[in-house]
Ligand binder design. Structure first.
Ligand code: IFM
Length: 462
């Protein structure tokens, strides 16, 4: 395993860094609900996640986002931390109920000012802001009117997108409409393990359609008002493999791939939902109005891909990741970097994709803070191997423009509360002290190698 102190690490890192062009974007990522806290401060409205956390038994440690990493108050110190890593980019999300508490109606000046400070603070530190509009924290008032199951929410989202683009579109590099629509649809409305906790497949599929529709309409609206930021969406994707060679496992794998990947990629890039999935859904298929598919297919400037692991599919039921003997993260997810190469190649081959970004990649590990240090060698190895997997995809022709580690710091991991730690920076939630884990130091070293490699190449050419 590669550690920060492995003596052979430097040539390895130099060699890896040299496989990425000088303008490759390296970053770290977070989302509003997971880090901000200040849940009822400065006029912020409630989100579906604020309400969901109050339901008994839905969050593993009974926690919530009231304080989280207290980033709303510590943003300046956190931006210093980000800049100290040497990253070029920071991917964050705006809390819709912080800037427009009811989802429609009055805007909240104090909430908007917070994101102004954040964006200007990043730029002042030489870090480029990458903004996401919807990382799951829908205003609760909109949920009361049906939430994403109601087509009207798509129109409210377009207003929100226009407002944020008008305010920040001149200073952020990109605006992502939605983060992981599959999660909001399926985990939020079919299994109900995420907010808003609905358990109905037809509703989930309608939600997915409204998310995609609102994405396309928002892109059109932001472009129409002259927004200069690059516009796109972020999907959580994984290559799926059958557990065995049986016809049943293969058929189930094809269907699951349809529900996870093709359900989003086909309408975005091919103008239609996949026919086999529509047939499978039957009466649960979403209602689609004339013109919707054309709106969804509005061209994008980039596609964000969040990659954590592969999926193994068995017709007999859920696959236990312990079966394959691969190392697992603290989430129980298999560590499978070659899946990232496979996934990127597949997107490149099957779809006319715009430039790709890996907008999330990282792992929860059972970190221990000992004498002020977190020796998370497993995370270093994970990140190293996934960067290597990206380089391989690029070698085979994929246009990949950037990579963001999930996550900058430990934070509220949704239904797992604060029990799972994804950060390269450790957060002591009692004191809110941040400590760079060894993975953060390693990433910083790697980024320095990347800069030096290209500086040396330039010098050699001069
Ligand atoms: O923490 C989440 C993030 O909010 C969305 N993508 C997956 C991460 C890890 O589960």
């Amino acid at each position: 395993m590669l550690t920060r102190t492995t003596s052979s690490a430097t040539p390895l890192l130099q060699e890896l860094a040299a496989r990425f062009p000088s303008n490759f974007v390296w970053g770290v990522a977070t989302s509003a609900f997971q880090i901000e806290g200040a849940a009822v401060e400065d006029g912020k409205g409630a989100s579906v996640w604020d309400s969901f956390c109050r339901k008994p038994g839905v969050i593993a440690d009974n926690s919530d986002g009231q304080t989280a990493c207290d980033h709303y108050h510590r943003w300046s110190e956190d931006l210093d931390l980000i800049a100290s890593l040497g990253v070029g980019a920071y991917r964050f999300s705006v809390s819709w109920p912080r800037v427009r508490p009811g989802g429609s109606g009055a805007w909240n000046a104090k909430g908007l000012d917070f994101y102004e400070r954040l964006v200007d603070g990043l730029l002042a530190r030489g870090v480029t802001p990458y903004l996401t509009l919807n990382h799951w924290d829908l205003p609760d008032e909109l949920q009361a009117n049906g939430g994403w199951a109601d087509r009207d929410t798509a129109y409210r989202f377009v207003e929100y997108a226009r407002g944020m683009a008008a305010r920040l579109g001149d200073r952020v590099a990109s605006i992502t409409t939605h983060n992981e629509p599959w999660v909001m649809s399926v985990l939020g409305h079919e299994s109900g393990i995420f907010a808003p906790g609905v358990k109905d497949r037809a509703t989930a599929m309608q939600v997915s359609h409204h998310l995609l529709l609102s994405h396309g309409l928002a892109l059109q609206a932001m472009r129409a008002q002259g927004c200069q930021a690059k516009l796109g969406i972020v999907l959580n994707l994984a290559p799926l493999q059958p557990a065995t060679d049986s016809a049943e496992d293969k058929a189930k794998t094809h269907l699951e791939d349809g529900l996870l990947l093709r359900w989003y990629m086909d309408p975005l890039f091919k103008g239609a939902y996949p026919a086999d999935v529509l047939a499978h859904l039957g009466a649960d298929a979403p209602h689609v109005q004339a013109g919707d598919m054309a709106a969804i297919g509005t061209s994008m400037d980039y596609l964000g891909v969040n990659y954590y692991s592969r999926g193994v599919v068995s017709a007999e039921g859920p696959w236990d990741t312990k079966n394959s003997g691969l190392p697992l993260t603290d989430m129980g997810w298999e560590i499978y970097p070659e899946g990232l190469t496979e996934l990127l190649l597949r997107l490149h081959r099957d779809y006319a994709v715009p430039p790709l970004f890996v907008t999330e990649n990282g792992c929860a590990m059972p970190d221990q803070l000992v004498a002020g240090q977190v020796q998370d060698n497993g995370r270093i190895d994970y990140i190293y191997r996934h960067i290597d997997a990206m380089a391989e995809a690029m070698r085979q022709g994929v246009r990949l423009d950037g990579y963001m580690v999930w996550s900058l710091m430990d934070n509220f991991e949704w239904a797992f509360g604060y029990e799972k730690r994804f950060g390269i920076v450790h957060v002591d939630y009692a004191s809110q002290v941040r400590t760079l884990k060894h993975s953060a130091l390693w990433y910083r070293d790697f980024l320095q190698h990347h800069k030096h490699v290209h500086a040396n190449l330039l010098a050699a050419e001069a």
